[in-house]
Design a protein around this ligand. Structure first.
Ligand SMILES: Cc1cc2nc3c(=O)[nH]c(=O)nc-3n(C[C@H](O)[C@H](O)[C@H](O)COP(=O)(O)O)c2cc1C
Length: 223
């Protein structure tokens, strides 16, 4: 009897699925700061495209702060850090975590109403998720890459609604760039990408269309 229990336990062990790293489906982000040491004027004066980063990681708090700057909810009725035409909020933001302390490498969707991340996919060790989608060096070397996408249908049909949606992507991007300056980080808007390949890599499976990506990291000291 003991013998058959043991062999049952052993065969169960052999048949058990290989355990991959597990990340909860929804990850709460730390509460964002609403005050800081850098003035808007100072962030505007200092902002430059930064394309070379150290190997240092971002913290989850920094990641959350950048996402909040781009699309965070700032009023009880759901209004956000960036304005939205007819408050339709057509943007979707994903982040590719390449080196974020306490967060498994992978891609995550920002959920503004919960200030949380939804896990989209986890990366296997040594498999850069955006290798095929965006060959520019900053995208590969950044600690995190923010993917600014839109569901154009949410704004409505026609050229004018499309223009407004693209305009909003610009507003959210600039918020994120200024927040990066305020946090002492460097970033660059990167339009030279394959949008469909980025969409596939981050595992957006709906009608999201990728517009630009913004790699962010600790700036390498100017040489
Ligand atoms: C829509 C857009 C797309 C861009 N695409 C790229 C890009 O693919 N690669 C890159 O290195 N910089 C890119 N840039 C950054 C510009 O090259 C940069 O903003 C410009 O040289 C001015 O420099 P500054 O940002 O330091 O002021 C892009 C900027 C914008 C607004």
């Amino acid at each position: 009897m003991i013998h058959s229990r043991r062999s049952f336990a052993f065969s169960s062990f052999l048949l058990a699925p290989v355990c991959l790293p597990v990340e909860p489906a929804i990850i709460s982000l730390p509460r964002p700061m609403e005050t800081g040491k850098t003035s808007v004027e100072s962030a505007l004066a200092k902002r430059r495209s930064v394309r070379a980063y150290t190997k240092e990681s971002l913290t989850v708090a920094e990641l959350g702060q950048l996402l909040w700057a781009a699309q965070g909810v700032t009023s009880p009725d759901g209004k956000r850090t960036a304005p939205s035409a007819m408050h339709r909020y057509p943007l979707e933001i994903a982040v590719v975590a390449q080196r974020v302390d306490g967060l498994a490498g992978g891609t995550y969707r920002y959920l503004p109403s919960k200030h949380s991340l939804e896990t989209l996919t986890l990366a296997g060790a040594g498999s850069p998720l955006l290798a095929r989608a965006a060959s520019q060096a900053p995208v590969q070397s950044a600690a995190a890459v923010f993917v600014i996408a839109a569901v154009y249908e949410r704004m409505g049909p026609g050229a004018k609604n499309r223009t407004w949606t693209d305009y909003e992507a610009g507003l959210a991007s600039e918020n994120l760039l200024l927040e990066a300056v305020a946090l002492g980080l460097g970033a660059v808007v990167t339009g030279g990408i394959d949008p469909a390949a980025v969409k596939e890599a981050v595992r957006f499976t709906g009608s999201e269309q990728v517009i630009v990506v913004i790699p962010v990291g600790h700036p390498e000291a100017a040489r």
